[in-house]
Design a protein around this ligand. Structure first.
Ligand SMILES: Cc1cc2nc3c(=O)[nH]c(=O)nc-3n(C[C@H](O)[C@H](O)[C@H](O)COP(=O)(O)OP(=O)(O)OC[C@H]3O[C@@H](n4cnc5c(N)ncnc54)[C@H](O)[C@@H]3O)c2cc1C
Length: 405
């Protein structure tokens, strides 16, 4: 069977490319080949079942800063298809979206199924064929592309889009067709830390803390959440993305420094502790948390430097207060592994970006072969940015495969 366009991978990027292509040219023969019995399974489980479709970050220059890998390559593509276009795209197809306070965009239904159904309906309406449960043996380029299937005749195609996400076969085919694969490692994970200071405090969060990997300049500031196993929350997840390669190289063992009060600069924190000592002289130091940290965490941190919570502020030596300032601003914790962040995770690594033309998503190594989505060495921090790169690269590939740029 001969097709103009064969899309391998029935995920977010594959569907977006197929719909874009087929809507622009109803005469095109476009087929999606999906390995598993169900298409769009990651969309279905995304965002804790709510699907964080994109982020209301509409300035391409600001948007690219959310991508530890891929920022430069995405700069141009985001001037052509960005979150505003994603929102319009879904709204034009009847999906109502809402933006939450932190910029994340979800369907109003709060159900990822709304997005899945929209994509399936749009593909159907545009005449895209979808074949699931397909076992592809190989993808080769002779005069045209030959896609060898296990249980059916080979398919011939003029153009092929590889949109297989982080699946190893996708990387193998890309490599066999002349591409370099940056080694895949996980991104967006929590930090496992077994430490008495954090024990039995799950659920406690600090609105603004700075988390840093010791010995590097890698640091993130934002909300931090204490969990049963260690640390999570936006600052930790963002740091896991920016430090994905370094942490993988260290087998997820690292010294993590936490500044629980990053708004204090220089010796301001010591000064503040000294003035609190004067103000609350007769109160016991553990009675209240004067710096607005959660009081159970405050008690842990004072006891970590050997201060008894029943001690009066006036009895605490200057040296002990200096130790406390140090603990509050540079607490050292040992990361012993990585944990799962169930709402979203993504792979760092994939097809090397300078081997792809980001106007068309076509390979510079193999004419007629395109890439979109997570198979590329692109990944974003949490917040809808990973789907956005899948929509954008899928849209560009869809237009180009139809010879419209
Ligand atoms: C639990 C979870 C939650 C997430 N939540 C969010 C979120 O809310 N917001 C966000 O922005 N990002 C989220 N992400 C990340 C996001 O899902 C991915 O970045 C995005 O799905 C990538 O799209 P893709 O089409 O490139 O790859 P995928 O969605 O992985 O799709 C690839 C498709 O190709 C198929 N395939 C693979 N190998 C083959 C093969 N050999 N032959 C045929 N088909 C094949 C796969 O079965 C799959 O259907 C989440 C990820 C996870 C794991």
């Amino acid at each position: 069977m001969t097709y103009q366009i064969v899309i391998i991978g029935g995920g977010a990027a594959g569907f977006f490319a197929a719909i874009t292509c087929a809507e622009a040219n109803p005469a095109a023969r476009v087929i999606i080949l999906e390995k598993t019995p169900h298409v769009l399974s990651k969309v279905r489980i995304s965002g804790g079942g709510r699907c964080n479709v994109t982020n209301a970050c509409f300035d391409p220059a600001e948007l690219v800063r959310q991508y530890p890998r891929g920022a430069a390559a995405l700069r141009g593509p985001f001037t052509r298809f960005q979150p505003r276009d994603t929102i319009t795209w879904f709204e034009q197809r009847g999906v109502k979206l809402k933006t939450e306070a932190d910029g994340r965009v979800f369907p109003i239904s709060n159900r990822s199924e709304t997005i899945v159904n929209c994509l399936i309906d749009a593909a159907h309406a545009a005449g895209v064929q979808v074949r699931s449960g397909v076992h592809i043996r190989s993808v080769a380029k002779l005069d045209r592309f030959v896609i060898d299937l296990k249980d059916a005749d080979a398919l011939i195609a003029d153009r092929v889009l590889l949109a297989t996400g982080s699946n190893p076969h996708g990387y193998e085919w890309a490599a066999a067709l002349g591409h370099t694969i940056e080694p895949p490692v996980p991104s967006l994970f929590t930090f496992e830390i077994d430490d008495a200071r954090l024990k039995d405090l799950p659920g406690i969060s600090v609105e603004k803390a700075t988390v840093k990997i010791s010995g590097t300049s890698l640091a993130q500031t934002g909300p931090v959440l204490i969990t049963h196993w260690g640390l999570s929350g936006p600052a930790v997840l963002k740091l896991s993305a920016w430090a994905a390669r370094e942490l993988a190289g260290q087998h997820y063992r690292a010294e993590v420094l936490i500044n629980w009060l990053p708004d204090f600069k220089g010796d301001q924190l010591q000064q503040r502790l000294m003035s609190i000592k004067a103000e609350l002289a007769r109160q016991s130091i553990g009675a209240s948390s004067p710096l607005h940290l959660p009081s159970r965490l405050w008690k842990r941190l004072i006891s970590a430097v050997g201060i008894d919570g029943d001690q009066k502020w006036t009895e605490v030596s200057k040296r002990a207060l200096n130790d406390l300032a140090n603990e509050l601003s540079r607490g050292s914790f040992l990361m012993s592994g990585k944990g799962a962040f169930k709402e979203e995770f993504v792979t760092c690594g994939g097809v090397r970006l300078d081997e792809v033309n980001f106007k068309t998503m076509e390979s510079r190594r193999c004419a007629g072969l395109h890439f979109a989505g997570e198979i590329l060495d692109i990944d974003g921090v949490t917040g809808g940015f990973n789907f956005q790169s899948a929509w954008t690269t899928g849209w560009l590939a869809g237009r180009a495969m139809n010879n419209e740029q």
